[in-house]
Structures are given as C-alpha cells and as structure tokens.
Design a protein around this ligand. Structure first.
Ligand code: CAA
Length: 410
C-alpha cells in the first residue's frame, strides 16, 4: 500500500496551489458577496489546460489521472469553492457522456473546444420531481423518423454553469413510463431554437456558481446529437455521477483544509486569559478532531480515485473486471468528506468566536459552501443507499463464489 503521491502529482500540486492562492483566493470573498460568476478566473484555468483535465491527449486534453484531478479540485476549492464547482461541472460531469459514449464525429467536433475552454459545458439532469429519484425524468424527447431529429419539451432546474454554458449534456426520456429504461441523452448547443434560460437560483452557498432553470419548448435536435442509444442514458448518468462524486469529495476536502488552516492561524494569534487560545486543551481537542477527520476524508478520496485509475488501466482486461466498479468507494468518499467538511467548518466558526460569525471573515463562507456538498450530486442519504447496495452485492457475489468453489471441490 502506497500513500505517497508521485513526483508528477507533487509537482502538479505545487503548480496549481501557487496559481490558486495567487489568482483565485484573493477574489473569492468578493465573488461570493456579489454572486458573480468567475468568468475571468475560469478563462485563466482554461488557458492552463485544466478545462481539459479529464479529456484525452488525442483531443488536446491534459488527460490527468483521477488522483491528479482530485489534487486540482482540492487546491482550487481551498481558494474558492465556487470556482472549483464551475470547473468540475465542466471538466468532469459536463463532458463525461461525450468522452465515454460519444461517437467519433461528436468527440472530434466538441472535445478539443471543450478542452481549450472555447466552450463551457453543463450537465442537466435535475427536474422538480427528478432529484434523488433520477429515473423520474419528465423532459421528453420524441423522435421524428423522417426528419431524423427529436423534439424536446420539458423543464430543468439547478443546471450548474447553465446560463454561461455553450454545450449542455441533457437528460431526457423517450417515455416517462419506462422510468430508467427510457432515459436518453443529448448534446445541446446553447443557441438551439426552443431553449430558454430561466431564473438562476439564489443560494446559501457556492454563490458564485450559476444554477439555472432551462425550458425546452418544441426544441429540435438532430439524432446525430444523441449520446448512446435510446434508453442507455441512465447507466451513463450513474457512471458520470460515480466519476464526479470523487471530485465533490475533493471540493469538500479543499474547503475543510482551508477552514483548518484558518483556525490554526486564528488560535495561535488570539489571546485570552493571558495566553494563545491554541494553548487550551479544549481548543487543541477541536483542532485534533478537525485534522483527523480531514485526513480520513482525503484518504477515502484518494482511495476512490486510485481505484478508478486502476480500473481504467485494466479496462482492456474486460472479462476480469466486468463486475468491478468504484461506485461504492466514490459514494463513501463523497459521503464522508462532505459531512466532515460541514462539521469542520462549523467548528472553525466556533473557534473563531464572534469573528467567525461575521461576513468580514472567510469561515462563514466556508460553512455555507461546505453544506451543499452533502446535497448535490446525490444527497448523503442517497450515498448511504448506494454504499449499502454495493456492499450487499459484493457480499452476494462472494457467497456465490464460495458456493461455486465448494461445488467444484466435491
Ligand atoms: N453504474 C452503472 N449502472 C448503474 C449504476 C452505476 N453506478 N447505478 C445503477 N445502475 C444501473 C443498474 O444496474 C440498473 O440497470 P439494469 O436496468 O440493467 O438493471 C439501472 O441502472 C437502474 O438502477 P437502479 O434500479 O438502482 O435505479 P434506481 O431508480 O433505484 O436509482 C439511485 C438508483 C442510486 C437512487 C439513483 O437514482 C441516484 O443515484 N440518484 C441520485 C441522483 C443524483 O445524484 N442527482 C443529483 C445529480 S445532478 C446535480 O446535483 C446537479 C447539480 O449540479 C446541482
């Protein structure tokens, strides 16, 4: 077991950390206060190649391994969680379906310009009645065989990057009664006729991200823009969420790291009863719990990412890996990291005392930003459900294998 990052990963961390602290952190408070989309910062991240961090070199991407993607998102999140969210929504979940299930023509057309940042991507699944119950999508796509196109009608909410996106990975259904078997994905360009951008959500945290409504009114999209087969969309969405949940863990770890560092600094500088409050055992116990929880979250995040990388390396060995996935590990990383980030940021406010409650200090923003990591891309309750299902499946498989071995030995 090797807990060390490689030389390349350490170098990447030093580079992205220096960039994030210089070019992102100084603007985070203002972006949050004004709920301003970080367009200029995103342009700089795109110029450095990070928009293409999940895209293969063949399509001019950086093709970073999953552990390195976590490093990037953690460091950006430590500086500004909103910016990290915009980046991850574009680089990971916004492009997943295209990267993994797009046709050669779709990939050639879109991936290089998504990697360069000429286009910003968005992923749109959520609807008023399709949140945790992702199979309950009502946005309908009806095929016209003669025209070889689909007509889309429906209403989406919370589309991250939605207002600013040039390309949307859109989840529809060909028939709501089919539930998950009807889910069908499309690549939508923003200037499509029949697409209207609605209100952006006014949120507690991640205020500099955009989460807006999308209305589709008899919007026509060519069948060439469908990703995967009709009805194949649900499986693709679930796989996209598996990938992306590791990066939500990275967002939470970055927020928590910042909260811990600010708390240590504050406790060493704050004098009460004639000494630094870091000299009090009550303070030390809080800091110790925060640091330990954070370390555990980071290890779970790296474990899930390393498993994803391992399975990707072995993807040609299909038969051996047919039943292997990182679904459980991704859900565990997201669940633990998001819940501990909320706890750590609340403790950070407590350690800062009255100052922690003020808008003038960053810890209250960290607490607001941490909370949503327990909610979006699957609530903590959904992560627990996914973990339990995967665990029970593993247990059934191992019982079946044992029974088979016993029968063979007879
Ligand atoms: N990988 C591949 N396939 C998977 C899978 C995975 N991780 N999980 C499920 N599937 C497959 C199943 O094998 C099954 O396939 P078959 O038809 O071949 O049997 C099929 O998908 C249906 O699976 P389930 O029966 O388990 O489906 P379900 O309806 O019970 O739902 C769920 C399962 C885990 C609850 C799922 O609905 C889920 O993850 N819900 C949460 C969705 C979510 O995260 N929503 C928010 C994301 S968007 C967002 O947050 C927007 C934003 O940016 C603000």
């Amino acid at each position: 077991m090797d807990f060390n990052l490689t030389k390349e990963q350490l170098e990447l961390r030093a580079i992205i950390r220096a960039f994030a602290q210089k070019e992102i952190a100084p603007y985070a408070a203002e972006l949050d206060r004004k709920a301003k989309f970080p367009a200029e910062i995103l342009k700089k991240l795109a110029a450095l190649g990070y928009f293409g961090m999940c895209i293969s070199k063949e399509f001019i991407g950086l093709e970073l391994d999953a552990v390195s993607q976590c490093i990037v998102i953690e460091e950006v999140s430590k500086a500004c969680a909103s910016t990290a969210c915009c980046l991850a929504a574009h680089a990971s979940i916004g492009t997943f379906a295209l990267r993994n299930y797009g046709t050669a023509a779709q990939k050639q057309k879109y991936l290089p310009i998504l990697a360069s940042g000429e286009m910003l991507a968005c992923f749109s699944l959520t609807e008023t009645n399709a949140g945790s119950d992702a199979a309950n999508i009502q946005t309908i796509s009806v095929k016209d065989q003669k025209e070889n196109n689909y007509t889309i009608n429906g209403h989406k909410i919370f589309a991250t990057n939605g207002r600013y996106a040039d390309m949307i990975t859109l989840a529809t259904t060909i028939n709501p009664e089919l539930k998950h078997k009807g889910v069908t994905l499309f690549l939508i360009e923003k200037d499509m006729q029949g697409l209207k951008i609605g209100k952006s959500a006014d949120k507690l945290g991640l205020r500099a991200t955009d989460n807006c409504e999308l209305f589709f009114e008899n919007a026509k999209v060519s069948a060439e823009n469908r990703i995967g087969d009709e009805g194949e969309g649900f499986k693709i969405l679930m796989e996209a969420l598996d990938e992306s949940r590791i990066l939500i863990a990275a967002q939470a770890v970055g927020i928590a790291q910042q909260a811990l560092e600010l708390s240590i600094e504050h406790c060493k500088n704050r004098m009460q009863f004639g000494k630094q409050i870091s000299d009090f055992q009550a303070t030390q116990f809080k800091l110790a719990d925060m640091a330990t929880g954070l370390e555990a979250a980071r290890i779970l995040m790296y474990k899930a990412a390393a498993l994803k990388d391992e399975l990707a390396d072995k993807k040609d060995d299909k038969e051996k890996n047919a039943d292997k996935s990182f679904t459980k590990e991704a859900a565990q990383a997201k669940l633990f990291a998001s819940e501990i980030a909320s706890k750590i940021t609340i403790e950070a406010i407590q350690l800062h005392g009255g100052k922690g409650y003020l808008r003038d200090y960053p810890v209250e923003r960290l607490m607001r930003d941490a909370k949503v990591t327990e909610i979006y891309e699957g609530t903590s309750e959904i992560q627990r459900l996914v973990i339990a299902r995967e665990m029970l499946k593993e247990d059934n498989n191992s019982n079946n294998n044992n029974n088979n071995n016993n029968n063979n030995n007879k």
